[in-house]
Ligand binder design. Structure first.
Ligand SMILES: [Zn+2]
Length: 264
């Protein structure tokens, strides 16, 4: 996920500043072929690029309408896919045209002409990661609490729009696929959270043990009263490389630095 922030502070919705108690997430797509975030998000922060028509949504009534979403997914000026958060997540948005405004965060994906499979894959993945992040933040169930605008209409809580189904359909995806992908993404990132920690040197790979024996002897890696260390897996390889750079004498680095400072 490539998340940035640009609050639409001039938009009447932002100025109204009504609180939102988040009960779900609603996925939208913009309904117009323009993949540039700068069409909706501004002013230019150096990444978005200029909107030469000045018709972005950071104004009271964009295109003369009372509209505002919590975020947009599309392209930066350089073509990179990004998400921009445009309202505080817990501020009521104007995206659904119905009761869902009082319950749902609304995020818009910038549409292309609906035919580019590579663009679709990229923005779909960005949306999956964003929705997984929001489900975690608000303790939502991805299989129950995520809908698109068209599903909101079917449930009687949003206006009569077809997004995102007409686009997903063309690209061979369903909202059930999306919900499952968000769930999988959440489980995947749960695994990332549980970083492996070594409590004994002999649990480490062979190529790392000698470095850590010496770091323990030198008191750089501490041993607790139970005789255990707490070294995260991700720190092992950098320490071994550093040791090699020091000619296999990393434990002497503190004295070497002291000596250097003394000679200055
Ligand atoms: Zn919509």
């Amino acid at each position: 996920m490539n998340l940035h922030t640009c609050m639409l502070t001039e938009n009447d919705c932002y100025k109204a500043g009504k609180p939102l108690s988040v009960r779900g997430l609603m996925l939208h797509s913009t309904g117009a072929p323009n993949t540039r975030l700068s069409r909706y998000v501004g002013p230019d922060d150096g990444l978005l690029g200029m909107n030469q028509y000045g018709n972005h949504w950071n104004q009271a009534r964009p295109d003369g309408r009372q509209v505002c979403a919590h975020g947009f997914i599309g392209k930066l000026k350089g073509g990179t896919i990004a998400t921009y958060q445009t309202l505080p997540w817990e501020m009521r948005g104007w995206h659904a045209g119905g009761a869902a405004n009082s319950t749902h965060i609304g995020v818009e994906i910038c549409e292309d002409d609906l035919t580019d499979a590579a663009y679709f894959r990229a923005v779909y993945q960005e949306a999956v990661e964003l929705f997984a992040y929001l489900c975690k933040m608000f303790d939502l169930d991805p299989l129950q609490d995520i809908i698109c605008h068209a599903e909101g209409y079917q449930q009687g809580i949003a206006s009569n729009h077809g997004d995102v189904l007409y686009w997903f359909d063309k690209q061979g995806k369903t909202m059930d696929d999306f919900r499952r992908d968000v769930r999988d993404q959440m489980e995947h990132s749960k695994e990332d959270d549980t970083m492996k920690t070594y409590t004994h040197t002999d649990q480490m790979p062979d190529w790392a043990q000698d470095t850590f024996y010496r770091l323990i002897d030198a008191g750089i890696v501490k041993v607790d009263d139970k005789g255990e260390i707490a070294v995260q897996e991700c720190s092992v390889q950098p320490m071994v490389y550093l040791d090699r750079l020091c000619g296999g004498q990393i434990e002497k680095l503190p004295q070497a630095i002291k000596a250097l400072q003394a000679s200055e």
